[in-house]
Design a binder for this molecule. Structure first.
Ligand code: SF4
Length: 444
């Protein structure tokens, strides 16, 4: 067992877990293959949050079964939330599979892969103490380092499978996280993104998320700090104060709303009302100048009627998010809401989703248009995908920006003036001379 191909689906937490797995495998003398055809083992890191995500993985397993028919020694494994969700049932359903490993089994991945070469293996025991805090990930090549500060979730929202697939909430000790950030900076990363299912409920027993932001704000060489996803109920004044006062923490907060209707929020067990959420938005905007807000919304949750849906339309129109992840409700086995069945038809869910997408497109377009003529600070990531003559990066508000290539290297900050916009991208031109050696560019 020498080369392992890793394929990742789902959220940034899964991206970070794949980097963790890659680190574990490399320390065991294995290497990461760049294509499934070159690998001795294929591992798919999966998501179980929506049924569609699981269907995609099952389709992918069908493709790998054809590869395995040509190479019988190939080991095929499924890791992550879908593995935990379906457990050994997956081994029965997909004959191509040799290994099923849940999110708390990555420490032993090399050994599990070796065993799976001799017969099917399942490791899906959840471990209340596993944080992988002592393991070094093999980070991808980007300017941005994912740092998982907390694993699992205690909220048990009634639609969500995560507490069952990732187990109970536990945080890493703050000094370990500061060390991880320092190491990432030493490796050349300029931005860290703290990850947790409810990242702002972080606590290592003595220190909270505000302490973590303040401690890492002092790390020399680090340019930017972001985090995702906070829970509205855990957004304390201490955390708001730290976001607003820490120089490196970007003015951007992803604040999942899920629904604009109080009865639906109660049924979802979201633990806040629309009024409390609205008040939180006001406090965040008052404390953090230039704040960009993004959100998650689900349409068609059991019991959501037309009036409830209209409340969601109202708050979206009022808050005016910079962008939003909009989803149709997907009933997940094991969750509480699953027992309630569906009350909206697929057509109705589709109509509501289309309505919100159109509304959000219009708002994102207007907010991005308002940037035209203004100067934005961009952390350059590299050539733009569509036009390699252009550079791509993210503004402080996490907006995608493209501008004419001027030799600014990845990882440097560049001031640009916005000259055009689409709902998804700001089009800009550099302002003043580039000073990549300083990593910072002054406005002329
Ligand atoms: S806060 Fe709710 S939606 Fe988020 S991971 Fe936890 S249970 Fe799922």
């Amino acid at each position: 067992m020498k080369r392992v191909f890793l394929e990742t689906y789902g959220c940034q937490m899964n991206e970070a877990d794949s980097e963790l797995m890659a680190g574990v495998l490399e320390r065991a003398g294995m290497s990461i293959a760049s294509a499934p055809e070159d690998a001795d083992a294929i591992l798919i890191n999966t998501c179980a949050v929506r049924e569609h995500a699981e269907q995609r993985v099952l389709g992918r397993l069908g493709e790998f079964s054809r590869l395995k028919a040509r190479r019988p020694g190939l080991v095929v494994g499924v890791a992550g939330c879908m593995a935990q969700h379906l457990r050994a049932r997956l081994l029965d359903h997909a004959s191509v599979l040799d290994l099923v490993v849940g999110p708390d089994g990555y420490r032993n991945l090399p050994e599990l892969l070796r065993r799976a070469a001799h017969g099917p293996v399942a490791h899906t025991r959840l471990d209340r103490d596993e944080t992988y805090g002592d393991l070094e990930p093999r980070r991808g090549s980007s300017v941005r380092a994912w740092v998982t500060v907390q694993r699992g979730c205690d909220k048990f929202c009634t639609y969500c499978v995560v507490p069952y697939t990732r187990g109970r909430e536990r945080s890493l000790p703050l000094p370990d996280l500061v060390r991880q950030v320092e190491r990432a900076v030493a490796q050349g990363f300029k931005e860290v993104v703290f990850l947790g299912q409810t990242v702002n409920s972080y606590t290592d027993g003595e220190r909270d998320f505000a302490d973590l932001l303040r401690a890492t704000d002092r790390v020399e060489g680090l340019l930017r700090i972001r985090f995702t996803s906070p829970h509205p109920s855990d957004m304390s004044e201490r955390v708001i104060g730290a976001i607003s006062e820490c120089e490196k923490v970007c003015p951007q907060v992803h604040l999942p709303l899920q629904s604009g209707s109080d009865p639906v929020l109660v049924a979802m067990r979201r633990t806040y009302t629309v009024g409390e959420y609205r008040n939180l938005v006001d406090r965040l905007r008052a404390a953090i100048p230039g704040l960009a807000l993004t959100t998650d919304i689900i349409v068609g949750f059991p019991g959501e009627g037309e009036e409830d849906f209209q409340r969601t339309v109202e708050i979206m129109s009022e808050v005016r998010y910079d962008s939003a992840f909009l989803f149709k409700y997907s009933a997940r086995p094991d969750t509480r809401a699953y027992r309630w069945g569906e009350t909206a038809t697929e057509e109705e869910k589709g109509r509501r989703l289309e309505h919100l997408i159109a509304l959000q497109q219009a708002i994102s377009g207007q907010l991005n248009d308002a940037w035209i003529g203004r100067v934005a600070e961009v952390l350059v990531e590299g050539p733009a995908r569509r036009d390699p003559g252009q550079l791509f990066g993210k503004s402080l508000q996490f907006k995608s920006v493209v501008f004419a290539g001027d030799g600014t290297p990845p990882g440097a900050l560049r001031n640009v003036r916005v000259v055009g916009a689409t709902p998804h991208t700001l089009i800009a031109e550099p302002v003043g001379a580039a000073r990549p050696e300083a990593g910072l560019v002054q406005i002329a």
